[in-house]
Design a protein around this ligand. Sequence first.
Ligand SMILES: [Zn+2]
Length: 55
Amino acid sequence: MLFGMFRKTDPICGMKEEKGKGIHKDGNWFCNQTCIEEFEKTKRKTAKHGGCCCH
Ligand SMILES: [Zn+2]
């Protein structure tokens, strides 16, 4: 059987999804709450940056 083929990776720390561990959020998998907060921070920063006209 091909279980494990669709494992996700934590976009912040690169950890591989582990069954029964971590948190699923917005289609991503995070190993813990800290990585979610980091991801949200990055997302917010990127969005802000995109609208900046002074570069
Ligand atoms: Zn992580």
